[in-house]
Write a protein that binds this ligand. Structure first.
Ligand SMILES: [Zn+2]
Length: 324
């Protein structure tokens, strides 16, 4: 097996790793560099099969749904098989109408924790990892008697930190080479650590307690761990979490009964004007249908702002100014 790192070794994100065995190839991730212009057509890795047809390219394996790992896939041929987690596929599909420059990517096959996938001469075994993206995997690639381990993006301080401990206790055996993410190397001194989600939740509770009006929290709706922290802190303080249609759809797409949903009594949907127009223009009425039970309207927010914590996005700004 041969490995070629196209991008990501000297920068955070933009990851793209080509593996080759017996004349067949896979691409592990195909990310948009964090500092790149999404319109730049020159960024796609220079390898056979991405722009022009080449049967040696068996597919792209996507470790998780962050754009710095998938963002260049829409620039490649549309018929390349892409393999990803089932929840990643649902979340990317749910996000697509709201995210400029994205496309609805359909998975050719799904990654699932510990379940090997055979692609030509390659056996790909995904390991579910703790990361700010939901449904993220490290990948063991086996071919020609060699074993490559690609960590994807991973951490130990999220709500699924136990997965990191699991990997330390039972690491994949007899690895010949490891490609390890290092986005946090050097960011902390040896005695420091990142706050856990539990600590963040407690800090949020304290801030909500101290606030007399509405609390706005700016966080990515796709950072499900963080949304759960905000929800739990809000609930603890007797407040309702307000999300927009984008966040509501992302939460629904996780397919997880334990993750806050708009039909929960302490979660509400507020549809900003911009999103209402989007729904009308693109006839996406079925999106709203999923969230009818838990809607709030500007008058309710204006009347009792102290009852709400909002997962804030810029799309809300004009509506809040108007409702005030
Ligand atoms: Zn990531």
């Amino acid at each position: 097996m041969r490995v070629r790192i196209h991008r990501g070794a000297r920068q955070i994100g933009g990851s793209a790793i080509e593996v080759e065995a017996s004349g067949k190839r896979l691409l592990l991730d195909c990310g948009l560099p964090l500092d790149a212009d999404p319109e730049d057509d020159t960024l796609l890795p220079d390898m056979p099969g991405l722009r022009t047809e080449d049967a040696s390219l068996l597919g792209i394996v996507l470790s998780h749904g962050h754009r710095d790992h998938w963002g260049l896939i829409p620039k490649a041929r549309a018929d390349i098989p892409v393999f990803m987690g089932a929840a990643t596929e649902r979340i990317l599909c749910a996000a697509a109408p709201f995210v400029p420059g994205s496309v609805t990517m359909r998975a050719a096959g799904h990654l699932a924790d510990g379940q090997p996938l055979t692609l030509g001469p390659f056996t790909v075994t995904p390991f579910l990892v703790d990361h700010s993206a939901f449904d993220a995997y490290a990948l063991l690639i086996e071919a020609g008697g060699r074993r490559l381990f690609y960590s994807g993006d991973l951490r130990a301080h999220g709500r699924k930190g136990g997965l990191f401990d699991r990997m330390l206790r039972h690491p994949p055996a007899q690895i010949d080479s490891m490609l390890m993410e290092g986005s946090s190397i050097g960011r902390l001194a040896a005695h420091e650590s990142f706050p856990t989600e539990k600590e963040i939740e407690q800090a949020l509770e304290a801030r909500i307690s101290a606030a007399s009006g509405m609390v706005l929290v700016a966080a990515s709706a796709q950072n499900i761990d963080r949304v759960v922290s905000i929800y739990r802190a809000a609930k603890q303080k007797g407040r309702t979490l307000v999300v927009d249609l984008y966040a509501a759809e992302i939460l629904r797409a996780t397919g997880h009964a334990s993750i806050p949903q708009t039909h929960w009594p302490d979660v509400a949907l507020f549809t900003p004007h911009r999103q209402r127009i989007m729904v009308r223009e693109r006839k996406l009425f079925d999106l709203l249908d999923h969230h009818q039970t838990g809607r709030v309207f500007p008058e309710q927010l204006a009347e009792r702002p102290d009852r709400f914590v909002m997962l804030y996005r810029h799309a809300f700004h004009q509506d809040l100014v108007r409702a005030h």
